[in-house]
Write a protein that binds this ligand. Structure first.
Ligand code: PMP
Length: 386
């Protein structure tokens, strides 16, 4: 039977986006496709709120977007600061090491954030070329406020890379205003397109640093040298080739970005906020606990929830599935078996959220957990209808 996909990516997609995926594949230099590619690059600037940056659309997953930013900006022995709030921060540290960087990781207890004082102390101690931060770490559901960190980076003349894989088009981002040098994401989350696209916008300063490299980029596919002329050609609506672009995915991207812009960025962020608040409060009403230590840094795109004590995690997840909703297990290696994750981003609506809470309550009943049936739904309905 039909299942509702409520994991933190891939998510449910709009029918118009899926129809675009299913249309006949054209040549990558067909006029309609060139236009679609050019429009997508222009629409990205609106979604990222970056007038001045250089957008890239590349076949690959979010990890490629992380890899590309690192490959093009890092030279051997550069000092790199990774601000980690979970699994994807660790991944960024590993990527930077691959390019010969000296990596320092700042981290915190599970569910916490690194304080601005700690970050500033580190930046004032060592001359860092760049820092990375994860906007929403999908392994913990922790949301980091990028603005003050980006401002600190500017103060110390350090580039900033924001891993926005689980945030772009779901959490507020103002790339230009906040002064973030690279904001990267992937298609399958709040951008609302099936997996397969790595997306990023690099600031003028980032492109300049790349152009002034002393050593070649140590990654052939990811090298901006190959892709800059391609992105510029498509934006100028002229044919160009380096590697065959994923034609259908880019057609779908144009449709989704148009939908995002017509919803309006502020409306979209408010919708995510309301749905996330309703879900978190529903889980708390049911007596469960969240991974983020404070509601002040709980993400609006997904929620990570500890299993209630003494329930069997596998049975709990299986019963949710039997109720036709798919949620995700834990991801953080140290806590993997202790929590589950629910994605609520992109075209998620109130009905999807209520259906998810119903499935969770039904599963809790099946697991013989003691609670007031309907209490989570009542909490969520009250929030969704204010
Ligand atoms: N960063 C974050 C915050 C993510 O959530 C993910 C994917 N879950 C990635 C990076 C890696 O993206 P991908 O799986 O598309 O390679």
């Amino acid at each position: 039977s039909r299942k509702l996909l409520m994991i933190p990516g891939p998510i449910e997609f709009e029918p118009e986006v899926l129809q675009a995926m299913g249309a006949a594949t054209t040549s990558h230099v067909a006029p309609n496709f060139i236009n679609s590619f050019g429009n997508s690059l222009e629409l990205m600037r609106k979604v990222w709120q970056s007038k001045n940056g250089q957008p890239f659309i590349i076949a690959g997953s979010g990890t490629l977007a992380m890899d590309m930013a690192a490959a093009n900006l890092i030279e051997p022995n550069d000092n790199i600061l990774v601000i980690s709030t979970g699994y994807f921060g660790e991944r960024y540290a590993n990527i930077c090491k691959r390019y010969g960087a000296n990596v320092t990781i700042l981290t915190t207890d599970v569910g916490g954030v690194v304080s601005l004082e700690t970050i500033e102390k580190e930046l004032s101690k060592v001359n860092y070329k760049l820092l990375t931060l994860t906007h929403v770490d999908t392994s913990t559901g922790v949301l980091v406020n990028p603005e003050p960190i980006a401002k600190l980076a500017q103060k110390y003349n350090t580039l900033s890379i924001l891993d926005g894989v689980c945030s772009v088009a779901g959490e507020e981002i103002k790339q230009d205003e906040w002064g973030i040098d690279v904001v990267l994401t992937a298609s399958q989350k709040a951008i609302g397109v099936p997996p397969g696209l790595a997306l990023l916008i690099a600031s003028k300063k980032a492109i300049e640093i790349f152009k002034n490299r002393k050593t070649p980029v140590q990654n052939y596919y990811a090298d901006f040298t190959n892709w800059l002329p391609i992105m510029q050609a498509y934006e100028n609506r002229t044919p160009s080739y380096f590697g065959t672009p994923p034609v259908n995915l880019i057609a779908a991207l144009e449709v989704s970005l148009q939908q995002i812009i017509s919803e309006g960025m502020e409306n979209r962020f408010m919708r995510h906020k309301k749905i996330a608040t309703a879900f978190r409060e529903a889980m708390l009403t049911l007596g469960m606990e969240l991974l983020p230590i404070s509601k002040n840094y709980a993400a609006n795109t997904l929620t990570a929830v500890y299993y209630p004590k003494r329930i069997d995690a596998n049975a709990f997840l299986k019963h949710i599935g039997n109720n036709n909703v798919i949620v995700a297990g834990g991801l953080l290696p140290s806590h993997k078996t202790q929590y589950f994750r629910v994605g609520h981003m992109g075209c998620v609506n109130n009905n999807d959220l209520i259906a998810t809470i119903v499935a969770i309550e039904a599963s809790l009943i099946a697991c013989k957990y003691k609670f007031e049936i309907g209490a989570g739904i009542k909490t969520a309905l009250n929030i969704l209808n204010t």
